[in-house]
Design a protein around this ligand. Structure first.
Ligand code: PLP
Ligand code: COI
Length: 354
């Protein structure tokens, strides 16, 4: 792919690691590429980070035809920079694009675009403990027409944000509230995709949970309001009576997380029993009450492994593992972050040098 590069004449300065937070500071450059039915993907360019002009009639502003990805670049101790399973993000953005009716991006073009923009802004990959360059590729429809119709014009953008941990708690346990009113997704809907609309529909419940002192909500399935699905920005795993249980993806209402998939592969490699299956809220609460709920944690690119120390359901609160990170969550955290930051061997071949 031919990519033109316009250097930022006013480069910024990366704040110290302890001032990074998550997703609020951006690097000097961004990648853009245009799509039309006639020209297909064209005009790939890396330009200074800044506002993007958009027609007020652009489809995305009215009908939310947008999908995105979340991935990271990690700085290793020797200064080199590495990705974690970038092809998985390429495949997933195309699964999302297909569902929303957006044009797909060839997987190798997606990975090349991410690689080239990260190369230009390599100095923005932070090196502090637990920090990385969060990469946000996104794709949206710009057809300037209010009639409902297929998408013929789109824009693909990649922005980069040096970040620390997603939750202010870091790897300390978070409090999560089971949501009993709003639902996020249903079978046949868009739950399995990373489309912006899923997050818009989730906001109200998330805000209410935060007002009550919880970090995020744990969604129940949209039909029976009975089965555990996922948390706002992460998949969930529970260790119940010695077995790790995570909701299966079969219903099509849960995002197939790359961290989730990696954890399942690592658990299998270690011989720790793990099951993907339906998990009802009654079974989960029953396990919490009988002492069989040994651990609960979320998995995600931004969230990494986030232990859950408290679950709230219908005015009752359940403390998990004395509000401490459990041994399986800790072992997974150490292994995944060890591979990602090059501190441990990578037997699965998941990292790629930028
Ligand atoms: N579920 C939701 C709704 C998410 O937004 C995310 C974050 O990307 C995840 C799960 C975890 O996915 P991954 O591990 O690929 O980051
Ligand atoms: C990620 O983990 O990459 C995500 O996209 C979560 C996001 C909602 C912050």
């Amino acid at each position: 792919m031919q990519i033109s590069i316009t250097k930022n004449p006013n480069p910024g300065k990366m704040p110290p690691s302890d001032k990074l937070g998550f997703g609020s500071i951006f690097s000097d450059h961004m990648f853009l590429m245009d799509y039309t039915d006639a020209e297909k993907w064209h005009n790939a360019r890396i330009v200074p980070y800044g506002p993007i002009a958009i027609n007020p009639a652009a489809s995305v502003l009215h009908y939310a035809n947008e999908v995105f990805e979340g991935m990271k670049a990690y700085r290793w101790a020797d200064g080199s920079v590495h990705f974690f399973r970038p092809m998985e993000n390429a495949k997933r953005i195309n699964i999302s694009a297909e569902r929303i009716g957006l044009p797909q991006i060839p997987n190798d073009i997606f990975v090349e675009a991410v690689r080239e923009v990260v190369k230009v802004d390599k100095d923005w990959v932070p090196s502090g403990e637990g920090t990385s360059l969060y990469i946000r590729p996104f794709l949206y429809a710009i057809d300037p027409e209010l009639a409902l119709h297929g998408i013929h014009q789109a824009t693909f953008v990649i922005i980069l944000s040096p970040s620390a941990s997603y939750f202010a708690e870091g790897i300390k346990p978070v409090k999560i509230m089971l949501e009993t009113e709003d639902v996020r997704a249903v079978r046949g809907g868009t739950g399995y995709t990373k489309c912006g609309g899923n997050y818009a529909a989730s906001n109200r419940a998330g805000d209410r949970a935060m007002e009550k002192g919880y970090s995020q909500v744990l969604w129940l399935d949209g039909v029976h309001r009975k089965y555990i699905e996922e948390v706002g920005a992460m998949n969930v795993m529970f260790k119940i009576d010695g077995t790790v249980v995570t909701p299966s993806l079969e219903n099509g209402s849960i995002l197939g997380g790359i961290t989730r998939k990696s954890c399942l592969e690592v658990l299998k490699h270690w011989g720790i029993p793990a099951e993907e299956r339906l998990l009802s809220v009654d079974e989960l609460i029953g396990a919490a009450e009988s002492g069989k709920l040994e651990e609960a944690f979320g998995t995600g690119t931004a969230a990494v492994i986030s232990p859950i120390g408290e679950l709230a359901y219908k005015d009752k609160k359940y403390t998990v593992n004395d509000f401490k990170i459990g041994p399986v969550a800790q072992k997974l955290y150490d292994e995944l972050t060890g591979i990602q930051w090059g501190k441990r061997p990578d037997p699965f071949g998941w990292t790629e040098c930028v």
